[in-house]
Write a protein that binds this ligand. Structure first.
Ligand code: ADP
Ligand code: MG
Length: 257
């Protein structure tokens, strides 16, 4: 893929990351095509979260973090953004979903309204229409339409996570980052999120960190395998799992790492 032609949603170029003197990623290059689900897999500590949180500059909040190389999102090199307005604009275009669902301790509606209300004045009717639409996109509307005024904390974990996804959709992010979004959920809630990912990628690009290889197989069009901070292999998911090109990956897939 030619990143200069702008066809990659995310393009990582010679990217290394450090916490103090300790290396977390070494010389990683990869391209995430548009409108796909791209999985980052590998054993704990291999740098998956570090890469994900570099894409939207969340690692800025870790004082010891430093990096070399570049990451392009929609043509912008994210580390070239030098002021807060720039990084805030970047983050507005990137939805992020974490391992633990993180609704605020306010109503379902309040959570949904928040991302938009923070940035824009929106007439109530328009806000309500958008909330309904994005809750439908997030496959949570039917379950919660009678609970808009209830506390988001009263929902099940799976509902909270879909609410957080729907909330992120309020700003129509062309790119979404998911960091092990199902690891706190039961299998049924997990399948609901996996279904949702396939429908979401029609209009946007999704990068997902997962330690669950079956999940990567089910949801990802492309998979990148990391080991000790290095990108070992990446490619179409089917190929990665059916014909691993390295001993490390085949050992990982068969559970020997
Ligand atoms: N805030 C931090 N401060 C210091 N070291 C960190 C921090 N976050 C991650 N690390 C280290 O960086 C390496 C990669 O971590 P991480 O990106 O979280 O891996 P993964 O998500 O694959 O488990 C690990 O060795 C981890 O201990
Ligand atoms: Mg992680």
């Amino acid at each position: 893929m030619d990143s200069e032609a702008g066809r990659a949603a995310v393009s990582v170029r010679g990217f290394s990351a450090y916490y103090g003197g300790k290396e977390a990623l070494r010389d990683v290059s990869l391209d995430v095509p548009e409108n796909c689900v791209y999985a980052l897999i590998g054993p704990s500590g291999c740098g998956k979260t570090t890469l994900l949180r570099s894409i939207n500059r969340l690692n800025d909040f870790v004082p010891s973090f430093s990096r070399e190389g570049e990451i392009y999102v929609g043509g912008t090199e994210v580390f070239s953004l030098s002021d807060r307005r720039g990084t805030e604009r970047l983050r507005r275009g990137i939805g992020m979903v974490f391992q633990q669902p993180n609704p605020l301790p306010i109503s379902v509606r309040g959570n949904m309204a928040l991302p938009l209300a923070e940035h824009f004045r929106v007439p109530r009717a328009e806000m309500d229409a958008r909330i309904v639409d994005r809750m439908k996109q997030g496959a949570i509307y039917d379950e919660l339409k009678d609970k808009l005024r209830s506390s988001a904390l009263a929902l099940s974990g799976g509902q909270q996570q879909r609410l957080c996804i729907a909330r992120a959709l309020m700003l129509d992010p062309p790119l979404m980052l998911f960091d092990e979004p199902c690891s706190a959920l039961d299998p049924i809630a997990t399948y609901a999120i996996e279904d949702l990912l396939s429908s979401l990628k029609r209009d946007r690009t999704i990068v997902i960190v997962t330690h669950n290889m079956e999940q990567a197989r089910r949801v990802a069009d492309y998979t990148a395998f990391f080991y000790l901070g290095k990108l070992v292999e990446h490619g179409p998911t089917e190929r990665i799992f059916s014909q691993p090109g390295s001993r490390l990956l085949s050992d990982y897939i068969t559970g020997r790492v």
